[in-house]
Design a protein around this ligand. Structure first.
Ligand code: CUA
Length: 190
């Protein structure tokens, strides 16, 4: 074995130390960036409401505004958009039976007067929580005509299991005929 030149040993050691220091700095920078991201996002989410939040006063829902009784149900907007407005309250949806056209995007606007309720239309991805004070909005398209169930899926009190409604999906032409002249359409039997 040839003895290793002591000068070479020192030189390679210095190279290794420099490389280790570079990597240590990179790792510290990555950790600092992650911590900064966590701090920023938690402060940001704690101080800002989520986007598109719409609030409504649950105490005056029945008296004024878009959720008064004669404005509930499905309507055809002036620009041809189909809009459903409904409210949830222990232990019923109002209206209990919704009518929507098939194959057309339908915008739902809903809220609750009392507790947190769940809104879901079976065999669709229409699924949202109805929270007092907030307006839940989503758009869904129903491909086939027929009847769907609309149960409350958030425990809201002792009558929760009896809280459900129905959605009737009808042909778009039939719907347009029912909704003409700004009529609010529903299928609640009178
Ligand atoms: Cu409403 Cu459960």
């Amino acid at each position: 074995m040839t003895p290793i030149d002591s000068g070479t040993v020192h030189e390679s050691e210095a190279v290794a130390v420099r490389a280790e220091r570079r990597w240590a700095i990179v790792v510290v920078l990555i950790i600092a960036m992650l911590v900064a991201t966590m701090v920023f996002t938690s402060l940001h989410w704690a101080s800002m409401p989520p986007s598109r939040v719409e609030t409504v006063d649950p105490r005056t829902l029945h008296i004024s505004g878009e959720f008064v009784e004669n404005n509930l149900g499905t309507m055809l907007d002036a620009d041809g958009k189909v809009v459903v407005r409904l409210i949830a309250q222990r232990y019923a949806f109002e209206p209990q039976c919704l009518v929507v056209p098939a194959g057309v995007p339908v915008t739902f606007r809903a809220t609750s007067t009392d507790a947190v309720h769940g809104f879901v239309v079976d065999r669709t991805n229409a699924n949202v929580m109805l929270i007092p004070g907030f307006v839940a909005t989503f758009t869904a398209t129903f491909d086939k005509s027929g009847e769907r169930l609309m149960p409350c899926h958030e425990y809201c009190g002792t009558g929760h299991q009896a809280m459900w409604g129905r959605v009737q999906v009808i042909a778009a032409d039939e719907f347009r005929a029912k909704a003409k002249d700004g009529a609010r359409v529903n299928c609640v039997s009178r």
